[in-house]
Design a protein around this ligand. Structure first.
Ligand code: SF4
Length: 685
């Protein structure tokens, strides 16, 4: 019987997990028939998913079978960046890659750099076999800081870890501050809970420089200048103190450093903060009254606001607020930035740092890949970077100051391997381009940073084309390089089991696709913060020892709004609603919704420059120039423009994107990027 006349098998459903860098980590159900994925839906049995996916991942089948999906290994035949390749067999590609890496490693393995981030959040296709491979090799270590490490460090220094409210209890909150988050675009399942709270009478306040889709659906919008959140938080504290809205019992029993923080807050009158934040003092007073007198009050912070020089201090200042008012006493009070610290991941088992065998390779900060690729060998730096292995990331599009990133990847003497699903901007610079599986095609296991469930991802279909899992590629390279440790034989299912060991019920995970961590409903109602003192640490001795201010403070931007006559506009670059970082930009149906790369600008700033709606403009600063269209809209406040990201450079109007303008400077803590701390000017193109 031929395939055309064969009877179709009945459709079956396979449970998985969304791999994308999004706090919601949805449980997926893929319907498969005859080995073909027909649709991907949200799992109705999984509480945090509630049977609903965002528009992006609803298009996952279109992305999986995309006509431009990479289906076979490719070797470069054109110039770097030109994107001209010829097909090559897996064996030929892997043999040559292993040989080239071995030759470099024989001189100094630190000249080899892995470059990866959260293209998948999966613990297995992320840093499991990859970590083992690079540790065994002795390659440079990568400081994976490009998104969240300022906020993460701030949480650690304040609450003791990346911990917070359980997201499901936001439905019971009476006041929700949505702080630095366009939840509709990037935290949809929280937004559904916030809507439920709103229906039950809660007030929603959005704090964001952009009048986002979320801001316009909240009761109130505090449209502050970028990088001024700590000033606002301190002024709120000022009002809590002077009006007696503090919870002195909670402060005495469960916090440390209050006397000093109180004194600092008293220096931040609403008038002083209003001048810094570019808002009215009356709005600060009113917000403080709401926050001080409404119970339970909750804060949903997201990572946008920490992408500025003082991002760590800002998160620390906001994270102090629920302890000042005792909001943690109620399960619907407190704050949530990340829950990832609750997950007992056994990273040592997955990544095997013991394979370094006493070696201590240098660490390269991924944020500064532009500078580092261009850096010559020196005693302090060590060898110049000779090889980069990129997986789960698209640095040419997403790393800051991309003019330098491009120059670095264009080096003819740099050996570059890119494991990818599509021909991204970075893929164009590869010497070898290796086709990678998608989430529908491999095993993985996931923690999350937005709820408290572990999820298991089963493969729903066979790898498309000749694509291979990341783990498989690193296993194959390890074999060719003579790495004989038994851990290089572990298959992906074994890696899934090792991720949490016996700290979760793996049988339950297999049976239903998810398993909840045993977190108390109100984790800090009686203190018990995971700090050394068990208290919420307003004063951080560790920060003080490192030479920083031990108390949170307003740390001005490297490039404060209004500080330059050459570049009078502050630019932030929040994600376009239908993209997730640079993922999905090549999915036509989603790109059709977004249209073209856009810069949002308010009417006054546009008129002052003779710019009309829809006009093509150059956005520029000393780092470079970006050409896009202007949308004249109240989504941008005066003095601030919003460059929606992150477009692939080659799909933009002139081969660049917003990161041509962003800088490689770092935050106050966490060695993180400052994407939203960027001055520009705009002219008609
Ligand atoms: S991107 Fe976020 S909201 Fe969309 S399916 Fe994935 S986890 Fe859910």
């Amino acid at each position: 019987m031929d395939a055309l006349s064969a009877p179709a098998t009945a459709p079956r459903q396979v449970r998985g997990a969304c791999p994308h860098d999004c706090p919601d980590t949805c449980s997926l159900v893929t319907t498969v028939q005859d080995g073909v994925a027909l649709r991907v839906q949200g799992n109705a049995d999984h509480g945090p998913t509630g049977g609903v996916l965002c528009n992006k991942v609803s298009h996952y089948v279109e992305r999986t079978y995309h006509p431009e999906r990479l289906l076979q290994p490719m070797r470069r035949v054109g110039a770097k960046g030109e994107g001209r390749f010829e097909p090559v067999s897996w064996d030929a590609a892997l043999d040559d890659i292993a040989g080239r890496l071995a030759a470099i490693a024989a001189r100094d393995p630190q000249a080899i750099l892995p470059y990866s981030y959260c293209g998948t959040m999966g613990l297995v296709q992320g840093e499991s076999m990859a970590g083992r491979f690079f540790h065994k090799l002795g390659a440079s270590l990568l400081d994976r800081t490009i998104c969240a490490s300022a906020g993460a460090e701030a949480l650690v220094q304040t609450l003791g870890g990346k911990v917070g409210m359980k997201v499901e209890f936001f439905t019971e909150s009476r006041l929700i501050l949505v702080w630095g988050s366009n939840s509709i675009a990037s935290n949809l399942h929280f937004w559904r809970l916030a809507q439920e709270a709103k229906r039950q009478g809660a007030k929603l306040v959005c704090i964001d420089p952009r009048r986002s889709e979320t801001a316009e659906k909240c009761h109130e919008h505090v449209q502050l200048l970028p990088g001024t959140d700590a000033a606002l938080a301190l002024a709120l504290m000022h009002e809590l103190v002077v009006n007696g809205w503090t919870d002195e019992d909670y402060l005495a029993r469960h916090t440390s450093g209050w006397d000093a923080l109180r004194e600092r807050a008293l220096r931040w009158s609403p008038e002083r903060a209003a001048a810094v934040c570019g808002i009215e003092a009356a709005q600060i007073r009113s917000l403080a009254r709401d926050y001080g007198t409404t119970k339970p009050a909750a804060i949903r912070l997201n990572y946008g606001m920490q992408r500025v020089h003082g991002g760590g201090n800002a998160v620390r200042a906001v994270a102090c607020l629920p302890a000042v008012t005792g909001a943690w006493r109620h399960r619907a009070g407190g704050m949530l930035l990340s829950t990832s610290g609750y997950f007992p991941v056994d990273r040592a088992a997955l990544q095997r740092p013991d394979l370094l065998a006493g070696r201590t390779p240098r660490t390269i900060n991924m944020v500064q890949i532009g500078d580092e690729l261009l850096r010559p060998a020196s005693p302090e730096f060590g060898p110049a970077i000779e090889a980069v292995i990129v997986y789960n990331s698209n640095p040419v599009a997403v790393a800051p100051e991309s003019g330098k990133v491009v120059r670095g990847f264009a080096r003819e003497d740099l050996f570059t391997v890119v494991m990818e699903q599509f021909r991204t901007d970075t893929a164009d610079y590869a010497d070898y381009l290796l086709p990678a599986t998608t989430q529908l095609e491999h095993w993985d296991i996931h923690g999350t940073y937005g709820h408290t469930d572990v999820l298991l991802n089963r493969p729903a279909i066979a790898p498309v084309g000749a694509s291979r899992t990341n783990t498989d590629v690193f296993r194959a390279l390890a074999a060719r390089m003579g790495f004989r440790d038994p851990c290089f034989q572990d298959d992906d299912f074994a890696l899934c089991r090792q991720a949490f060991g016996d700290r979760i019920d793996f049988g339950l995970l297999e049976a239903q696709g998810f398993a909840s961590l045993p977190i108390p409903d109100a984790p800090f109602a009686e203190g018990g913060f995971p700090t050394a003192s068990g208290r919420c640490e307003f004063f951080s001795a560790a920060l003080a020892r490192s030479g920083q201010d031990g108390l949170p403070d307003h740390v001005p931007n490297h490039e404060p709004a209004g500080s330059s006559t050459r570049y009078p506009l502050a630019m932030i670059s929040p994600p376009a609603r239908n993209f997730l970082n640079s993922t999905f930009v090549n999915v036509q149906s989603l790109r059709d919704i977004e249209g073209e790369p856009l810069l949002e600008m308010c009417a006054a700033d546009a008129a002052a420059r003779g710019i009309g709606d829809g006009q093509v403009v150059r956005v520029f600063n000393d780092r470079g120039e970006y050409v896009c269209k202007v949308k004249v809209t109240p989504r941008a406040r005066p003095g601030v423009v919003n460059g929606l990201g992150i477009w692939w450079r080659k799909l933009g109007l002139a081969g660049t994107n917003v990161n041509q303008l962003t800088s490689q400077r770092l935050t106050d803590m966490g060695r993180a990027p400052v994407f939203y701390d960027c001055l520009v000017d705009v002219q008609p193109a």
